[in-house]
Design a protein around this ligand. Structure first.
Ligand SMILES: [Zn+2]
Length: 359
């Protein structure tokens, strides 16, 4: 979900490069943008000069257009040296989409976290012609309208493999605290959670650069979603924990290279905003749940605007994340309605508790 902030961040390069153009963002580091066919219409990738080869950070979706753009970059600004390594921050398709192509076609090594690799490989192999019964149950639990479920039930759902190239067997693992050399700098791997499990961020010893992926974004809040794979998950708690922990390493001089939007300075302030956004959303949601409601009836209050059909899926998984978090905290109760949807209600908002409170 995107939520705008009035922030105190600075953007040293306020004009992003055109799609497929590589511009220098730091010494030995290039910034490239690739298109995405959605409201968030781009993803950033960064390319580091290793002297005799290149390291690519994140790859964009697997589409004909993206492959063509990459080919032009490989034949143009990157020509003369091979891509030896692809570092992927997290398993989402806009980041890992072409990692398998770099491995299979260009002989690059894939470097990512174990969870990111396992998740991506599992999902590329898990193709379905119609939604699974678990997915339908999850949609019902979230309060999706029965006629919408009836329509979707017969349709081929979004499949991860539609936009992610097959991942060959094998990768190199990075984990919390690992040290890496990249583009002539030394980096420490720090892990974030909440947007994607075991999301890698890289922090340069020199203190000038941080590779943020979608863990550290300016101007939009990363989507925190609950899915049918883990319907009781509490990604909001994981997100808040990550922001707090990563803040220890943040200072305002670092240039953060994010997965979307513009490279920015002001990470300590940004982490406070990101945390504050969710606390604000949780407060609004809790008040809204004085009356029992299903998750799909919480979009307006969570996002402070009308959610259109293009954003419905993202809104649903994020609304579930927020009600699950309140439930884990004991601030809301839940029961099933006649359609199998969870009805969430602020704890103590029913008649009896109200009476107890006022006496
Ligand atoms: Zn992303």
């Amino acid at each position: 979900m995107t939520r705008r902030d009035h922030d105190t961040l600075t953007y040293p390069l306020p004009e992003p490069p055109d799609f497929g153009d590589a511009v220098e963002i730091a010494d030995g580091a290039l910034w490239l943008r690739l298109p995405l066919p959605m409201a968030l219409d781009h993803v950033n990738v960064f390319i580091f000069d290793e002297g005799d080869s290149w390291t690519v950070i994140d790859t964009g979706f697997d589409s004909r257009k993206t492959r063509e753009m990459w080919q032009a970059v490989l034949d143009g600004p990157l020509a003369g040296k091979p891509v030896s390594r692809v570092i992927v921050t997290h398993h989402h398709p806009d980041h890992i989409g072409l990692a398998g192509w770099f491995q299979a076609e260009l002989g690059a090594e894939l470097v990512t976290t174990r969870t990111a690799w396992l998740f991506a490989r599992m999902l590329t192999l898990d193709e379905h012609a119609v939604p699974t019964s678990e997915t339908l149950a999850y949609w019902r639990a979230a309060g999706m309208a029965p006629q919408m479920i009836a329509a979707r039930e017969k349709e081929r759902p979004f499949n991860f493999s539609d936009i992610v190239a097959p991942l060959p067997l094998g990768y190199r693992r990075i984990k919390k605290g690992d040290r890496l050399e990249l583009g002539g700098r030394h980096w420490t791997v720090r892990i974030g959670n909440g947007h994607a499990p075991e999301h890698a961020t890289l922090w340069a010893d020199e203190g000038d650069l941080v590779i943020g992926g979608d863990q550290l974004l300016p101007s939009i809040s990363p989507n925190l979603g609950v899915y049918a794979t883990e319907p009781e998950a509490d990604p909001v708690a994981e997100w808040l924990e990550s922001c707090e922990r990563l803040a220890q390493y943040a200072h305002s001089g670092q240039l953060v290279l994010p997965g979307h939007k513009l490279p920015f300075r002001g990470l300590p302030a940004r982490l406070r905003q990101l945390t504050g956004n969710h606390h604000g959303a949780l407060d609004r949601l809790l008040e809204h749940l004085v009356t029992p409601r299903v998750a799909t009836d919480c979009f307006d209050v969570l996002f402070k605007r009308k959610v259109g059909p293009a954003e419905y899926g993202m809104a649903l998984v994020e609304a579930m994340a927020h009600v699950n978090h309140l439930y884990q905290l004991g601030e809301v109760t839940r029961r099933r309605d006649d359609n199998g949807a969870w009805l969430w209600q602020k704890a103590g908002s029913d008649g009896t508790a109200q009476e107890t409170e006022t006496t």
